[in-house]
Every structure is written in C-alpha cells, then in structure tokens.
Design a protein around this ligand. Structure first.
Ligand SMILES: Cc1cc2nc3c(=O)[nH]c(=O)nc-3n(C[C@H](O)[C@H](O)[C@H](O)COP(=O)(O)OP(=O)(O)OC[C@H]3O[C@@H](n4cnc5c(N)ncnc54)[C@H](O)[C@@H]3O)c2cc1C
Length: 433
C-alpha cells in the first residue's frame, strides 16, 4: 500500500488499537466518510476480563480472542483495512504513526492502545514477576503454574515441593482477586483429583493489597465478602502491605516483613502504553494518559483523539478521570463516532456507570449495581451472563458457555495442557529485522 496522501481521496483515519475502545469506535463510525486503517500489534481482539481464566487453565486462549480481520469483514466496517504492527512513534507534525514495518500517514488519528504494566520503578521487577496484561502473558502464567504442579508432583523433598508451589498475587483489585480465587480453587478442589501426590498444605496462595481492603473501587460490603470468600478458598490475604522489592524469590514489604514466593503474579498497577512523540506535544496526565476534553480530543494536538484506558477525561464527577474499565472505553468510543459522523461535536461524553463486579470462584462473586448489591450464587450467574454477552463472536460465546457448564458440573477442565514453546528454528524474534 502506498502511504502517501493524494488530493482526491477520502481523508485517512488511523486507529491505534483494536481493543474495546478501538473496535467499538469503528463499529459505530460511518466508515463511508473515511479511508480507515486499524493498526494493532496483535491480529486479534482480546478480552482482558477473562485473562485470569486462561492463566488458571479454565478457558483456552482462542475462546476469548477474535480475529480482527474477520470483524472487519462485517458490513459496517467494510472498506476498513487492518495493518499488523506495534506503533512506537507518533509524529504529530508530519502526521504519521510508525510501526516496526512501516510509516502510515493520517489526517485524523484515534489512539486507543490501552495500558501496560506499571512496576513503580521497583528494581528488576519486570524480569521476575508474571503479569496478565495480554493473552501471551496469561499463557505464560498458565504454563508456569502447570510446570510447577508437574514438578512438585514428582518431587520427594517436602520443603522443595512447598517452595515450588508458593504463589503470591500482588494487587487486591478485581484482577488480583480473581486470580487468587482461581488458585484457591485449584488448591481446594482440583489438586486432590488431578495431582494426588500433592497435599493442600504444600500449596500457599497469598494475596497482597496495599490499602486496607480488597476491591477498593467497589462497596465496603463487596470488599468484606471478597475477604470472606478468600478464607473459604484457603487464600492468605495481607492488607496494608506495600511490596518494596522481589529478589532471590523473597518478597520484601515496606515494613520489613519478608515472604518466600517462587511465583509472583503482579496485578498492582498500570500505565498508559508509551509512545515516542515527535513534533507538537500533547497534554499528558497522571499514569501517562493523554488528557482529552469531553469530546475525546487530545489537548495540545489537532485531529488527534484518545479513547479508553489511555485517555484521561477529568470532570466534576470524576476529578481523577473515569475508571479504566471496559464500559468507559465502549461509551467513549460510541460518543466519538457519533460526533465524527455528524461533524458537529455537539455531544459531550458523560459516563453512565452500569455497575461493577468481580468473581472469586465457583458460586462466589460480588456485584454492585446502582440500587442493588448481589453476592454468592446470584452474583456469580450475573457475572457469567454479563461476560458471556460481552464476548465477541457466537463461536466464542458457545465455547465459553459449554466450558463453564462442563467445569461447573464436574470441576474438570480439559485444558491443563502444558505446551512448551518450540526451540527451533533459532531465528530472531517475531518483528525483528
Ligand atoms: C486482567 C484484567 C482484567 C480486567 N477485568 C475487567 C473487568 O472485569 N471489567 C472491566 O470493565 N474491565 C476490566 N479490565 C479493564 C479493561 O480490560 C479495560 O478497561 C479495557 O480493555 C480498555 O479498553 P481499551 O480499548 O482502552 O484497551 P484494550 O482493550 O487494552 O485494547 C488496546 C489494544 O491496543 C493494542 N495495542 C496496544 N499497544 C499498541 C501499540 N503500541 N501498537 C499497536 N497496537 C497496540 C492492543 O493489542 C489492544 O488490542 C481488566 C483488565 C485486565 C488487564
């Protein structure tokens, strides 16, 4: 494709990121008005709320992913093109974005690249902890958990077995609570069926949170219930503990306490996906997010918009910006599409909070709606229903539904497969020249 602009063509709109924001934006945009290029570093859309189910071997990665090219064959998006590429640089003067493969010029740009892990400058943390910000990271986590279980099942030394199976999850938000709950279920229900050589006492699961309660973005009742559920699942919860370092398998907290843990799963912080910005500079707020106005326009730049987790829209109701959740991304995306379709920019964004939820394992979940709080089994079914309808693709919905129903009946997952990456050929990594 030639990336050079010509006089008689439609204006080119480049969208970085085919996640919740990018894809929902394109679904609502009047694509006839634009020449559209969607750039994503993966050729599929993924569903982060269920990454922990991939990490805990409940779901297979394919059932929570959807090929972007297939989505773009839909009538509403016909004509839009997909380009694989990791955008590293945005040149706001030359109006182009740069990936490892090409440079793509734009007339208008929508940045919807989401967030990445934030390790808060803790030395070397990114080299030794497991994270859950992408499907690949979830698969890596799953492989290591399975590898440890298999090695522990063969290990004759009780102390070594306990060390192999020492898991710590840092961050008591929904992602941390969900992973800890899944590991707790593994310990309590699955171990004796599938790994009879391992005793429950060999496995330690510790959930660490810096504040005084779990799920602090939800109601206090939800926090209390989540804590209670953790107790049922034999998860040790440490509140008001700030992790300072992780070295030689020892987690050290700010108060000097130490905890031996061979597998640390980090869910404690995110920061905006970083770009090297050349030319005119945008306004950047806390967490590296692009500051946008009520229409999604990036302050300091022209014809550049930001959506979803990477955008920071501060207003009276949300002085520190809207929460970084899927609903905000979807609603912002639809609002920007509406304004671009009309060309009038007369509909300011207003977030309608539809509620929050988290699950802590089978029959255990908490749901905060505007006038209603649910917990236990009703909350769990609500959680499942909401996630099922939000998944992209009928095949995915059916696969997930069948897998959940099957696991519910017999606690069994057919997916505890340990698939090692192949060693050959010894070529450079994907994307490297
Ligand atoms: C483990 C986990 C659990 C979560 N659970 C929930 C939940 O239960 N409920 C909820 O509402 N929210 C949840 N969230 C948050 C929710 O996933 C985000 O708010 C939402 O995904 C934001 O949408 P987005 O489009 O801004 O970003 P994303 O959905 O992250 O999409 C970003 C897209 O940009 C692409 N991309 C990133 N960088 C580049 C680049 N440099 N070049 C090209 N492409 C790029 C990515 O591949 C991706 O496709 C969870 C998040 C995580 C990580």
């Amino acid at each position: 494709m030639s990336n050079n602009k010509t006089e008689d063509r439609k204006r080119r709109l480049v969208v970085i990121g085919g996640g919740f924001a990018g894809l929902n934006f394109l679904k609502k945009l009047d694509t006839r008005q634009w020449e559209i290029v969607l750039v994503d570093r993966n050729n599929f859309h993924s569903f982060p709320p269920l990454f922990y189910q991939v990490a805990s071997s409940v779901l297979d990665p394919g059932s929570i992913s959807f090929p972007l090219r297939r989505e773009m064959r839909r009538r509403r998006m016909r004509g839009a093109r997909f380009h694989l590429g990791n955008v590293t640089k945005i040149d706001t003067d030359r109006k182009c974005v740069v990936t490892q493969f090409e440079s793509i010029e734009y007339d208008s740009l929508v940045i919807a690249a989401g967030t990445t892990n934030n390790f808060f400058s803790i030395p070397d943390l990114e080299k030794c902890v497991y994270t859950l910000k992408s499907t690949a990271e979830a698969i890596r986590c799953r492989n290591d958990i399975l590898d440890r279980l298999e090695r522990a099942a063969l290990c004759k030394d009780a102390e070594r077995r306990r060390r192999l199976l020492s898991f710590t999850i840092v961050g008591g938000g929904p992602a941390g609570v969900e992973v800890a709950g899944a590991l707790g279920e593994l310990k309590r229900y699955i171990l004796k069926r599938e790994y009879p050589a391992i005793s429950v006492d060999d496995v330690s699961v510790t959930l660490v949170e810096g504040t005084d309660r779990l799920l602090r973005t939800m109601s206090e009742q939800a926090s209390r219930e989540a804590l209670e559920y953790m107790g049922h699942l034999m998860v040790n919860v440490k509140l008001q503990k700030i992790m300072k370092s992780y070295d030689k398998n020892v987690v050290t907290f700010a108060d000097g306490e130490e905890l031996y843990s061979e597998m640390v799963i980090w869910t404690a912080g995110v920061t905006a996906v970083p770009f090297d910005i050349a030319g005119k500079q945008p306004a950047i707020g806390p967490g590296g997010r692009f500051i946008v106005d009520e229409y999604g326009r990036v302050e300091g730049l022209e014809d550049v918009y930001a959506l979803g987790d990477i955008a920071l829209h501060q207003n009276e109701q949300w002085p520190r910006g809207c929460p970084q959740v899927a609903q905000v991304a979807i609603q912002q995306a639809r609002n920007l599409a509406k304004n671009l379709n009309s060309g009038k920019f007369d509909t300011p964004f207003k977030y309608k909070d539809k509620g929050t939820m988290a699950t802590v394992g089978r029959n255990r979940a908490v749901v905060d709606l505007k006038h209603l709080h649910l917990y236990g089994r009703p909350a769990w079914f609500t959680w499942m229903f909401v996630h099922l309808i939000s998944l992209l693709g009928m095949r995915n919905k059916l696969t997930v539904l069948i897998t959940w129903a099957w696991s519910y009946v017999n606690y069994s997952s057919s997916l505890r497969l340990l698939l090692h990456p192949t060693r050959y050929p010894l070529r450079s990594r994907w994307g490297e020249k």
